[in-house]
Design a binder for this molecule. Structure first.
Ligand code: HEM
Length: 443
């Protein structure tokens, strides 16, 4: 049996928790890059293991997925906001919901969504004041929130985008704090932090339940994701979904469908803003394929360099930087023993930096994607996770990121404001902690 290294710096009783509280990305990275395929992370109440090999990631997420469930502290916290929606539910209930939701993401639907994406991007650029610095990351949050609202829920959230966005940020910050500080005051204690969290939840509930109530009155469109969920009937009882279930699914789509893509776009701006040659090639490709026209789902496939840029940005800054699972029954995999109830961490952030799969791993090099490497199918690249719980919105997100970024580049030149610190901050998803400040000038 292999004996995993214990993460250095662990202390009696609290184990590695203080290290995780201080810098979880660094903990994952050091474990994977310095200690090999499995590193033990002692934690209060359970042992954790960081998996540093694509093969083990694949085992947990694909091969024997039923033995690795989402019963972890982080998902428990997420359930406080998302309830029992697609990201957080499990078993037969999840399977049914996924089956109902899947057609909303089919290729033929995505083509129509492309128009919403480029329209949202164009209107956003139209509002930017040339020469005046602004935060690109905040703009992306608004834009992707609008896109997910219009495409999947047929909701115009723009009038409420700012306070929905702020409420989501407040809620997420609270969740990560609670995940990393298990001894902080329980939610019913009226601390400033808890009150802010409850206010945020009320705001979000107000928006989402309002949307559902409108639909219940028989108003509104048919055929979007929300309509599909509302029309579905339980095969055994024949009953439709309750408002509470619909709320959980809609809230999940709002959150899962905008934060991640917005962060990817912010990181892409940060990377491209420091690589003038990449920007030049992106523009050359866009101008050759599109002229001055607007990109679409169809033309995205003819912009391979643009796709490589997004893939490479997702490699270096995967918005979902860690996936946690709990072991149901003890299992020995490739000589490593995972005890019952242990916590396993698969970290895309760390695995995407393994030099045996990614030569010069810290280099932003979109051209590395020109070479087909079959190993990438098997766990060395997993920004969208893999297996049955893989992101339902992966194609949606890839298309959206590329359409928005191309539209922005075609219209304006963006210069990064000098002297910024682009510290990655893992607030559930990975975001630049101080945003990405830019100044726009005319092309
Ligand atoms: C760059 C953007 C995105 C990234 C990096 C991303 C990443 C991920 C990852 C890693 C998971 C698995 C999470 C887990 O195991 O807990 C996931 C799940 C999910 N994502 Fe995404 N996502 C993105 C965009 C989107 C979009 C645009 C949507 C919807 C419009 C979406 C909807 C979902 C849903 C519903 C799930 C749960 C799927 C299930 O378990 O059946 N995501 N995403």
């Amino acid at each position: 049996m292999n004996n995993p290294t214990v993460v250095p710096g662990s202390r009696p009783l609290v184990g590695a928790l203080p290290l995780l509280q201080e810098n979880p990305l660094r903990v994952m990275e050091r474990a994977v890059l310095e200690h090999g395929p499995v590193t033990r992370l002692p934690l209060p109440g359970a042992d954790g293991y960081v998996l540093g090999s694509p093969m083990l990631a694949q085992h947990v997420l694909v091969t024997n997925v039923k033995n690795y469930v989402k019963q972890t502290r982080a998902y428990e916290m997420l359930r406080m906001v998302l309830g029992n929606g697609l990201v957080t539910s499990e078993g037969d209930f999840w399977k049914r919901q996924r089956r109902i939701a899947q057609p909303a993401f089919h290729r033929e639907r995505l083509a129509g969504f492309g128009l919403v994406m480029t329209r949202a991007a164009n209107e956003m650029v139209g509002r930017w004041e040339l020469g005046v610095p602004f935060d690109f990351a905040t703009e992306m949050m608004r834009c992707t929130l609008r896109v997910v609202g219009e495409t999947l829920l047929s909701a115009d959230v723009m009038s409420q985008a700012d306070h929905v966005g702020a409420a989501l940020t407040d809620a997420l910050e609270h969740l990560i704090h609670r995940t990393l500080h298990p001894l902080s005051a329980p939610d019913w204690v009226p601390t400033g932090r808890n009150r802010r969290f409850h206010r945020a939840l009320e705001t979000l509930d107000g928006v989402v339940l309002g949307l559902i109530a409108e639909r219940r009155k028989g108003q509104g469109p048919t055929g979007d994701l929300l309509a599909m969920l509302m029309e579905s009937k339980d095969p055994e009882t024949g009953e439709g979904m309750t408002d509470a279930q619909l709320r959980d699914e809609a809230m999940t789509i709002f959150l899962a469908g905008h934060e991640t893509t917005a962060n990817n776009l912010a990181w892409t701006m940060m990377l491209v803003g420091q690589a003038p040659e990449v920007e030049r090639r992106l523009l050359a490709e866009a101008s050759e394929v599109l002229g001055t026209g607007t990109p679409s789902m169809e033309s995205v496939h003819r912009l391979p360099y643009g796709t490589n840029v997004i893939k490479e940005s997702l490699r270096l800054y995967p918005p979902v930087w860690s996936l946690g699972r709990r072991v149901v029954e003890e299992e020995v995999v490739d000589g490593w023993r995972f005890p019952k109830d242990a916590l396993l961490f698969v970290s895309p952030w760390a695995i995407h930096r393994l030099p045996e799969f990614w030569p010069e791993p810290l280099k932003f090099n979109p051209d590395r994607w020109n070479v087909e490497d079959p190993r990438r199918q098997h766990g060395s690249y997993l920004p969208f996770s893999m297996g049955q719980r893989k992101c339902i919105g992966d194609s949606f997100a890839m298309m959206e990121a590329q359409l928005i970024f191309t539209t922005v580049l075609q219209r304006v030149h963006l210069e990064l404001v000098p002297g910024q610190d682009f510290e990655p901050e893992p607030v559930i998803t990975l975001r630049p902690s101080h945003g990405v400040k830019v100044v726009a000038t005319r092309r």
